[in-house]
Each structure stands twice: as structure tokens, then as C-alpha cells.
Write a protein that binds this ligand. Structure first.
Ligand code: PMT
Length: 217
């Protein structure tokens, strides 16, 4: 029996949409496939999985409890409300910045206005807040999506956010990472690194949850 059997696992997945006005938002290219595959794989090992999903149109994996959210602030609140849990896996592509205000009406072009400046403010870091929480999960697993210097940035996030593991993927090149059905992850801990894939996101997710299960007592 897997060490994940009966454990409470919370997975975040998908993008967040940060509204600018009633018809426009800032978003990103996350499809949710990676996080949904992780939720399915953990459920397959007998975990009780809660999936906090950004705005995606994917079907809910069998046996998974799903909470749908839109913005980074909503995802923050939804994830915090799931604590305590045994394992948190942050696969969502959460916006780092959100508009300082949401315009109540559709923004209109102004005569003579050649451009538009949006004021953005930082969002709260869900992953770092989970890792610093008084009821911290036994394992906090982050992701790092990078276009360059993958290991350096991933290791910096591992340390800064006080994570147990971080799964890094290169994005924006050769079609892997965002949106595609395949991925390659390099999972870093304080000591070493393990490469998972290239393989389907389902297979990579299975390998990742096996690796996580092996770290549970
Ligand atoms: O959804 P897919 O199309 O299948 O694509 C998968 C993926 C590329 C989105 C996924 O594999 C991935 O890399 N997810 C993390 C994307 C990301 O936002 O990475 P980051 O390096 O910007 O963030 C680092 C970590 O902090 C992530 O675990 C993120 O969830 C977390 N974070 C970031 C900002 C914030 N405000 N709160 C957070 O929790």
C-alpha cells in the first residue's frame, strides 16, 4: 500500500485570471493538465485529494473533490481553507501581479490617448504562506516554470519559500510545459535532483506522486 493512502492531499492547478474590467483580464497559458494529472495520480494511490482549480474546462478526475476559483486571491483563500492537510502540491500558474483596482465598467479608449498604463500590485504567495502556516503540511511541494536558468531559479524558490521539494519545468520552448500533453520535470530537494520524463503528463504525475509518497513516514 502506498504511503499516500488515506492522506489528505491538496493540489492547485491551472491559471488564475486577474480581472481588469468586466470584460478583460490578465491570464497565462496554463491549461491545468499537469495539476489535474497529479490529482488523478494521487487519488489512484488512495489519497483524499482536493483540487483547487483555476479557470479551465477539464473534467474532474474521478474521486477528486474540486473547488473552482478564478483569481489568485480566491485561490489563496480556497487553499488556506483546506488546511490542515498532509501534502500540498502547488502546480497552478498563479499570477504574481494583479490590477490594483478592477474598473466597474468596460475601459474605453480616450481620444488622443496613445497608450494605457495599468497599475499592478503583488498577489499573496500561496505556496510560501502554506509552507509558513502554523498547521504546515508534512510536505510542501512547489513548481517552478522557467524559460532559462531553470536549476538556479528553482533552487532559489526551494530555499526562499521553505519547500520540501520543487518540480521545475522549462516553459516557452519546444512546446513542453504549458498546454502540451507531455512534460519533463526535474525535482529538486536540498540534496539532489531527479528527472521525471520526458513523458505524458499522466506518467510524469505518477512518478511525482510516487516520489512524494516515498518521503512520507
Ligand atoms: O497547466 P499546464 O498547461 O499543464 O502547465 C503546467 C505548468 C507549466 C503550469 C506547471 O507544470 C507549472 O510549472 N506550474 C507552476 C507555474 C508557476 O507559476 O511557476 P512559478 O515559478 O511562477 O511559481 C513558483 C511556485 O509558486 C508555483 O508552485 C506556484 O504555484 C507558486 N505561486 C506563485 C505565485 C503566487 N502568488 N502564489 C503561488 O503559490
Amino acid at each position: 500500500m502506498s504511503a499516500l493512502a488515506g492522506r489528505r492531499v491538496v493540489v492547485s492547478a491551472g491559471p488564475t485570471f486577474e480581472d481588469i474590467d468586466p470584460v478583460r483580464f490578465l491570464g497565462n497559458r496554463s491549461s491545468g493538465k499537469m495539476g489535474f494529472a497529479i490529482a488523478a495520480a494521487a487519488t489512484g494511490l488512495g489519497a483524499q485529494v482536493t483540487l483547487v482549480a483555476g479557470p479551465v474546462a477539464l473534467p474532474t478526475p474521478a474521486g477528486v473533490a474540486r473547488i473552482d476559483v478564478r483569481s489568485a486571491a480566491q485561490m489563496h483563500d480556497a487553499v488556506m481553507a483546506t488546511l490542515p492537510c498532509d501534502v500540498y502540491i502547488g502546480a497552478a500558474a498563479v499570477a504574481d501581479y494583479t490590477p490594483a483596482t478592477i474598473a466597474p465598467d468596460k475601459l474605453k479608449k480616450q481620444p488622443g490617448q496613445g497608450g494605457l498604463t495599468l497599475e499592478l500590485v503583488r498577489t499573496r504567495d500561496i505556496l510560501a504562506d502554506v509552507a509558513a502556516h502554523p498547521r504546515r503540511p508534512r510536505l510542501v511541494v512547489g513548481f517552478a516554470a522557467e524559460t532559462r536558468d531553470v536549476e538556479a531559479y528553482a533552487r532559489a524558490k526551494l530555499a526562499a519559500k521553505k519547500l520540501d521539494l520543487i518540480a521545475a519545468n522549462r516553459v516557452g520552448v519546444d512546446g513542453s510545459g504549458f498546454e502540451s500533453d507531455d512534460n519533463t520535470l526535474v525535482v529538486f530537494d536540498a540534496d539532489g535532483a531527479t528527472t521525471l520524463g520526458p513523458a505524458s503528463k499522466a506518467d510524469v504525475a505518477t512518478q511525482l506522486v510516487d516520489l512524494i509518497a516515498a518521503r512520507l513516514p
